[in-house]
Write a protein that binds this ligand. Structure first.
Ligand code: BGC
Ligand code: BGC
Length: 832
């Protein structure tokens, strides 16, 4: 026992030294363990929020007067999707939230005043005492994780990974303060931020929500962000000022899961858990963070939400956290032995408030029934209620009046104010990391500048996930009033100095420019949908490499600007461009880019680069091959211009596990099969041209994007089914829950009389189909059908053998280019 702890500590300190460089693979050797922590081996901290005897007396008084129903209600948080203000009168819920995809009146795009109106409606219902109850005000939580970015018109700050590059805790505090003010304008009291995750594998789709892979860097920011949001820990009545309560998340080791899988399992030692992932909770507690959100993920196979040793033993008892804990979105349903509707285990483990978005009513009823039956101790309920009430007293919600009566409420000019945008612009400037400069930067403003790349004039692309919508998709520039795209900022800087600028996404031009900036990189994604199998930039996003090469070949100096949530292998761009700048996910104030890239009239920099890599940059799509640039790397204008040594360009064979059919061929372990709808006469297509179904169908190669990038199917009449299938069933249940679509890119030249998209699973009769309409328009369209459609029709998503089957009747002529899972459909089809 003693020896094993010593060994574990040794391993952890080695990891701490090396971990700045580690970001994906090699995974630490799995550690055997049962997921039970030893709290006495964890540090103790001081929670600095004073206990006020007068407040304690009020809490005790309330506990005496509250019915069991009122107490249980405090423990439950419902999402706006699924709760009405009247419900708060009946169920006395302690809190409401808006998840990434909800908003007032069922509208994610609701204008700001509607949010304040909704805040009043829910508050007033919660304090209604007409039933003789105590009327405890609810509090409203929201993911203001990079500014109040759920709301149209708010300042969108860079995502945390960019802030990590800044190394500027003082600016972090100002960002926190500005965010708190904007949240207060629309009447919410609580942000589910900061995320203090310490990602160790950047294939994780939430890696950008973390400041850095280095626990010390993360820890150096946490206190500043919490002070910015909440103010000093000893100043109560946050609502009388311009503050909100914060939530550090996700406790614990959300960024330590094996292979970077979202909601996965951290198979690490207790020492790594404590010294890497636990480190940022020290400053969080010492700055009085009001709430902690417990992670969906597991440690050593045990779900955090049910882990009493870590939630109560370590966080509350040993580390001294004195606020309340909240679980994540239906995370209680994943605890061993629980469902979304019932999970007393979470309360026992130390969860004080259940985030039960759509499951709040069953959870409330279940807790109440158990409390009445005496199978959950009343003392634990009283304790959780007291912790929640104590935070509510500190917040000042009992005396603040209704949301619209509080300071800053409805002060619309504060939302996206010039002052806040200036802070965000500074953050953009400071977060830029320069990886290469062969002397082309800074650009002289007097000349002719070409700006290429689809992302250059797109705020949504620059903002990433958790922006207005959950995944940050489906947005246009019009939804960001007051913002400045990267392109606009560049254009303004250049024209102000007498030069000219042209925006040309594909890089074509009428007059040869003096220099070109090519913006490229990732498209928005959020939790789970952003998980990748490798650190390669998605194949469909590498088009701008050719633009860079083409411009360079014409003698035009090229600056590559990468929008990205994580370090990725982009060696062709690094080789092709004369300068390479990582902009991360800069948000709404794109002018910060021009501040640094465009020099003054004398050709001297106006601002220097100061950003440093918050995580190592990979040499290949696998971190196992080492870092091309280490943690902390970043050039400045003072750096010497050393000759560029080309980095190896890797053949693009690192396949994404969620691609089943690409460029006209099935991915490894998949087959293309053509047969009758009833599966008679099925034939595996290995070469083309080929005939199938007794000569009724012919399959040939067709061009799409690349030569022969598709398979063309011509059916003379009758029924036909083209399937992408495998003998080894795959489990896509998590994808189904995560709102992922099956995407298929097809060009229809002759529309069939009838069509359906089907999915098949292992077992006789297992599967489901959705009728679809695919008009013949002669061009490739990437259609998407939600996996949920098939689940709803009874398919077993845990053992899918064919994720895509196109069934047609009558004569048909179509070409299939790609089948994969994802969210970026050009057209989402109804479930039928
Ligand atoms: C996420 C949290 C978020 C919550 C509410 C969850 O799915 O994991 O980070 O705060 O949803 O939107
Ligand atoms: C919600 C998010 C939540 C996610 C969890 C979405 O529908 O909008 O806030 O984090 O579901 O899977």
């Amino acid at each position: 026992m003693h020896a094993s702890i010593r060994f574990a500590l040794g391993a952890a300190s080695a990891l701490l030294i090396g971990c700045a460089a580690a970001s994906a693979e090699p995974q630490p050797t799995p550690v055997a363990g049962n997921g039970l922590a030893h709290p006495q081996t964890w540090p103790k901290y001081h929670y600095p929020v004073p206990r006020d005897p007068a407040v304690e007396a009020k809490i005790a008084g309330l506990l005496k007067r509250m019915t069991l129903e009122e107490k249980v209600g405090q423990l439950v948080q419902a999402d706006l999707c699924c709760v009405k203000p009247e419900d708060l009168k009946t169920y006395h819920l302690g809190s409401i939230l808006v998840g990434g995809n909800s908003g007032p009146n069922g509208n994610d795009f609701s204008p700001a005043p509607d949010w304040l109106k909704a805040a009043d409606d829910f508050y007033l219902a919660s304090v209604d005492k007409s039933d003789g109850g105590v009327g405890i005000p609810e509090i409203w939580g929201i993911d203001a994780v990079h500014g109040h970015a759920n709301i149209i018109g708010a300042t969108v700050f860079p995502h945390n990974i960019g802030l990590g590059a800044m190394r500027d805790p003082a600016l972090i505090e100002r960002i926190g303060a500005a965010t708190a003010q904007e949240v207060r304008v629309t009447g919410q009291e609580w942000t589910f931020a900061p995320t203090v995750t310490v990602p160790q594998d950047y294939r994780w789709g939430r890696a950008y929500e973390g400041y850095s892979s280095d626990p010390k860097l993360v820890a150096s920011y946490v206190g500043a962000m919490i002070r910015g949001l909440q103010g000093p820990p000893d100043r109560p009545n946050l609502l009388a000022r311009d503050k909100v309560i914060a939530s550090t998340k996700h406790y614990l080791a959300d960024g330590g899961t094996k292979n970077g899988v979202d909601q996965g399992d951290a198979q690490i030692s207790e020492a790594e858990l404590r010294d890497i992932h636990g480190l940022p909770y020290g400053p969080a507690i010492e700055n009085g963070v009001a709430t902690v959100m417990v992670s969906f993920s597991s440690w050593q196979g045990r779900k955090m939400t049910g882990n009493q040793s870590l939630v109560t033993g370590v966080l509350k008892n040993q580390m001294g956290f004195g606020g309340f804990t909240v679980s994540d979105w239906n995370a209680h349903g994943q605890v061993e032995g629980c469902t979304n509707d019932s999970c007393p285990q979470a309360l026992t483990a130390g969860i004080d408030m259940y985030m039960a978005p759509d499951s709040w009513k069953p959870i409330y009823n279940d807790l109440l029934t158990r409390a009445k039956a005496g199978t959950i101790p009343l003392a634990r309920i009283d304790e959780a209620v007291s912790d929640i009430l104590r935070v509510k007293f500190r917040l000042g919600v009992f005396t603040a009046g209704k949301p619209s009566d509080r300071p800053l409420s409805g002060d619309w000019k504060v939302l996206g104010s010039p002052e806040h945008r200036a802070i965000a612009r500074q953050a953009v400037r400071e977060s830029l990391v320069l990886l290469k400069n062969q002397g082309v930067l800074p650009l002289k403003p007097g000349g002719r500048l070409l700006v290429a790349g689809e992302g250059a004039d797109d705020v949504s692309r620059a903002s990433g996930g958790w922006t207005i919508t959950w995944q940050g998709t489906g947005l246009t520039n019009a939804m960001f009033p007051g913002s400045t795209t990267l392109w606009k900022g560049l254009e303004q800087a250049v024209t102000a100095a007498g030069g000219s600028a042209q925006l040309s996404p594909d890089g074509s031009f009428s007059q040869k420019p003096d220099a070109a900036i090519v913006v490229f990189g990732e498209k928005p994604y959020a939790e789970f949908q952003g998980d990748r199998a490798t650190l390669a930039l998605d194949g469909d996003l590498t088009g701008p490499y050719a633009t860079m090469k083409k411009l360079k070949a014409q003698g035009i100096p090229v600056v590559a600007v990468m929008i990205t949530g994580r370090p990725l292998e982009v060696n062709p761009a690094l080789n092709a461009a004369d300068a390479f700048v990582v902009a991360w996910l800069p948000g709404s104030e794109g002018a910060g880019l021009a501040d640094v890239l465009i020099g003054n009239a004398a050709g001297k920099p106006r601002y220097d680069f100061s950003g440093k890599l918050p995580a190592a940059w990979p040499k290949t799509p696998s971190m196992a091959d080492g870092a091309l640039y280490p943690f902390g790397y970043g050039l400045t204008y003072a750096s010497p211009h050393t000759p560029w040594k080309a980095v190896p360009e890797i053949a693009e064979d690192a396949r994404d596990a969620r691609i089943y059919f690409a460029k006209g061929v099935p991915a490894a372990s998949w087959s293309l099969v053509l047969g009758n709808i009833d599966r008679a006469d099925e034939k595996r297509i290995t070469t083309v041209p080929a005939d199938a179904i007794g000569g009724r169908a012919r399959i040939t190669a067709a061009d799409a994007q690349v030569q022969e990038g598709a398979r063309r199917v011509q059916v003379s009449d009758g029924g036909a089914a083209l399937a992408v299938s495998s003998h080894d069933p795959i489990n896509v249940s998590r994808e189904t829950n995560g709102d992922v679509l099956v995407l298929f890119t097809v060009k229809v030249d002759k529309a069939p009389a009838g069509a359906a998209v089907a999915l098949r699973c292992d077992g006789s009769g297992c599967g489901a189909r959705a009728p679809v309409v695919l008009p013949a328009n002669g061009k490739y369209v990437r259609y998407g059908l939600p996996l949920k459609c098939f689940a709803a029709k009874g398919a077993d998503m845990t053992k899918v053998t064919a994720p895509f089957i196109l069934e047609t009747t009558g004569a048909a002529d179509y070409s299939l280019a790609e089948v994969r899972l994802g969210s970026d459909a050009e057209q989402v089809l109804p479930c039928g």
